[in-house]
Design a protein around this ligand. Structure first.
Ligand code: FAD
Length: 465
């Protein structure tokens, strides 16, 4: 059966960008259709943010139990080691994903969005066909929102398949690899590498650049490097993966130019993500590109009238919360509201051990932009809450303009600091100066007090250091 639908808004992709755009469009009373080839929630919910954080949490629980063997920790001892059933862990993780899949579907329904399951292929900028299990549906739309996301980059020397896996397969393993080689020390590789190390795998990381997490300064990444070294994760920096070894494992060339074969039951390649632009007839839509990404302006408009794009398919930072924020705004723009996507800062978090959060400019980025800065730093060693969680490693740091004390950036590394992203980004978006932060009373004992202290330190009068 062939069906034809005319709609005001057509959203392609139900990831955190697309489904949020569709819900908001529905709330605003716009007739809306969303097309998704896979399960609702996109990469983030099905193969990314949520399953990885579930695995990371489970690995943390397992590691805490393992550390309680022998003399124990915090006066707690276990007499027998915990037993890992990775298939059981993955089933628990899948349950969380399923619950959220159902939630997204229900929210779309509540917003009266028509949901089509299938791959959309465009014949012109405003018309696509979708092969659904109930037949072919042709959709004509006044406005199109492209939210097709990104997929893992494949290395020519290590094509995916067999024991060479991407983050998607790593998050679906039902047996723990004894040896795991990870190519790429960005946040996805290290988050997963640390989780698998906590679960008991021997982990080796190979990175072409000279540092881990190359997007962050070394002061912030040092506690993570310390954890890796302390827990026996081997790092090969300035090293290149060459391909599968003749007798298995991973062949690499080290920084010293030495050819080495690494033992590896699985080789996890996490060298980046590439926008999905090649599977839905983009060439028929007359849309300009910005390199590999779809080019947009600050209203998410592409070069084709009435065609918008949001999320990973439009560039960095490829993060779920950027996609969602663009999704919310694009629906309002289509509804005629005067909105732009012009954030002061987008928080970035690494759920490594310990965690890193960065909002706005680092000290060196601020200097590179021509600011004269004041920087204040406060160590978790001097924070009661951090110590009471057994987590004294790391610090919080504020960067402000010397001239008017306006906050330019805030970063932290330490246990549970991801939750501080809210207070950091709120301060930056609201244009806070150091005196605003020091004038706010933070609850005791909390990590938030560290933000207060780092700001006091930038003003030259920290109380607890
Ligand atoms: P996606 O989530 O990729 O969704 C795009 C959707 O479009 C997909 O569901 C796809 O099936 C669908 N689609 C594509 N083409 C078509 C078509 N022609 N027809 C129909 N449907 C189509 N980000 C964070 O912010 N925090 C994290 O902690 C985090 N962790 C991550 C961990 C991992 C392992 C990975 C891989 C990613 C992680 N990310 C994280 C990144 C995050 O997943 C992405 O930034 C986010 O999913 C982008 O959302 P999106 O809506 O742009 O695209």
């Amino acid at each position: 059966m062939t069906q034809t639908i005319h709609t005001n808004v057509l959203v392609i992709g139900a990831g955190p960008g697309g489904y949020v755009a569709a819900i908001r469009a529905g709330q605003l009373g716009l007739e809306t259709v969303i097309v998704e080839a896979d399960r609702p929630g996109g990469a983030c919910l099905n193969r990314g943010c949520i399953p990885s954080k579930a695995l990371i949490h489970a690995a943390g629980e397992f590691a805490a139990m393992t550390e309680s063997l022998g003399p124990g920790r915090m006066g707690i001892t276990l007499s027998a080691p915990p037993v890992l059933d990775l298939a059981g862990t993955m089933a628990w993780k899948d349950g969380i994903v399923r619950k959220l899949n159902t939630g997204v579907t229900a929210l779309l329904k509540k917003a009266r969005v028509t949901q089509l399951h299938g791959r959309a292929v465009f014949s012109d900028a405003k018309t696509c066909t979708v092969e659904t299990d109930k037949g072919t549906v042709t959709v004509h739309a006044q406005n199109v929102v492209l939210a097709t996301g990104a997929r893992p980059v494949e290395l020519p020397v290590l094509p995916f398949g067999g024991d060479v896996i991407s983050s998607t397969e790593a998050l679906a393993l039902d047996r723990l690899p004894q040896t795991l080689a990870i190519v790429g020390a960005g946040y996805i590789g290290l988050e997963l590498g640390i989780a698998f190390r906590k679960l008991g795998a021997e982990v080796t990381v190979v990175e072409a650049q000279s540092s881990i997490l190359p997007l962050y300064d070394t002061e912030l990444t040092a506690p993570v490097a310390k954890w890796l070294s302390k827990h026996g994760v081997t790092l090969h920096l300035s090293a290149k993966a060459k391909g599968l070894g003749a007798k298995g494992g991973l062949d690499i060339v080290t920084a010293a130019g030495e050819a080495v074969n690494l033992a590896a039951d699985k080789i996890l390649v996490t060298v980046g993500r590439r926008p999905v632009t090649d599977t839905f007839g983009l060439e028929a839509m007359g849309v300009d590109m910005d390199g590999a990404f779809i080019a947009i302006d600050d209203r998410m408009r592409t070069s084709m009238h009435g065609v918008y794009a949001i999320g990973d398919v439009t560039g960095e930072p490829m993060l779920a919360h950027r996609a969602s924020a663009q999704g919310e705004r694009v629906a309002e723009i289509i509804a005629g509201h005067d909105r732009r996507f012009d954030p002061v800062a987008i928080p970035a978090v690494c759920f490594t051990e310990p965690e890193i959060v960065s909002v706005g400019l680092s000290p060196s980025e601020a200097v590179a932009r021509g600011y004269e800065t004041v920087v204040g730093q406060f160590p978790w060693q001097a924070n009661g809450r951090a110590l009471s969680m057994g987590a004294g490693d790391g610090f919080v740091r504020v960067v402000a303009a010397r001239a008017d004390h306006r906050l330019l950036g805030v970063q932290a590394v330490g246990a549970h600091v991801s939750e501080l992203s809210a207070v950091f980004v709120t301060a930056l978006e609201m244009g806070a100066v150091l005196e605003d932060i020091t004038g706010i009373i933070q609850a005791h004992p909390t990590l938030s007090e560290g933000f207060h202290e780092a700001s006091l330190s930038a003003l030259g009068h920290a109380l607890h250091i």
